[in-house]
Design a binder for this molecule. Structure first.
Ligand code: ADP
Length: 231
């Protein structure tokens, strides 16, 4: 089992290195062209180049953050929980993905129970977990569609479901999708270079709160990711 894990880890590192190299290559060629021949292009073309450079830097930054967060979690990161308001947090997450919602023309609808009490959790961790789920839901949704967030609470647990009407996820991947060092076949759904660490990090952050995450999804029939955390 250990040898199998080592092999998966090695395979994963080589994949991620490849994913990191892609934006760096794009950045080098765009910057090189601008540096050497910039004045041969009109202002609009130069701006377009800089727009691409900016997007690649955002992508690279996201991947580096994934790797750093993952390695922190692997070294048994401790989190501090403070009394926080979950509705406020969901609003912050929606604000964070507003560029993505505009770019994809997706509307986010929130339904929530009244009077959800404040409870002890680590704000940054849960914000990171929900933002991951929300950005995936937007990324894999068709344009002009809805992503629904529902927030429910009973006496013991708080439950948040993020539902999209997108491409869905084949049942054969459900067991693998949160696992460490596992990436789905890139031909299957991947839209852009990424580490495949997003859902692994999300699951680990939820588990640091004694919570659990589950998935209901079928191909071409949308996906719902459900996070449950005890109060
Ligand atoms: P990454 O960090 O590479 O985006 P994630 O761990 O967040 O990876 O997601 C892993 C894979 O799961 C994605 O590449 C995609 O194939 C699939 N996936 C995640 N969320 C959704 C969703 N809402 N709808 C369809 N596929 C999804």
């Amino acid at each position: 089992k250990e040898a199998e894990m080592d092999q998966m880890r090695a395979h994963f590192i080589s994949n991620v290195s490849h994913e990191l190299r892609t934006p760096v290559t794009v950045l080098r060629s765009y910057i090189d062209t601008l540096y050497n021949y910039g004045n041969e292009f009109d202002y609009e073309t130069q701006k377009e180049f800089i727009g691409t450079i900016n997007q690649e830097i955002i992508r690279l930054n996201r991947m580096v953050n994934d790797i750093l967060d993952f390695s922190r979690l692997e070294s048994n990161m401790k989190i501090e929980k403070t009394l926080n308001n979950i509705s406020q947090l969901v609003d912050d997450c929606v604000n964070q993905v507003s560029v993505l919602t505009k770019d994809n023309n997706v509307q986010i609808k929130i339904t929530k129970d009244d009077n959800i009490p404040e409870f002890l959790f680590n704000y940054d961790s849960i914000e990171r977990a929900l933002t991951n789920l929300l950005s995936n839901a937007i990324k894999y949704s068709p344009e002009n569609n809805n992503v629904d967030i529902s927030i429910r609470a009973n006496d013991e647990t708080f439950k948040i479901a993020i539902h999209d009407n997108g491409i869905g996820i084949d049942k054969k991947y459900h067991g693998k999708i949160f696992a460490k060092f596992v990436q789905l076949d890139s031909a299957y759904t991947k839209k852009e270079s990424s580490t495949g660490l997003g859902l692994t990090i999300t699951k680990e952050l939820v588990e640091l709160h004694e919570g659990k995450i589950s998935l209901v999804s079928e191909v071409n029939n949308g996906s719902t990711f459900i996070v449950e955390i005890p109060f």
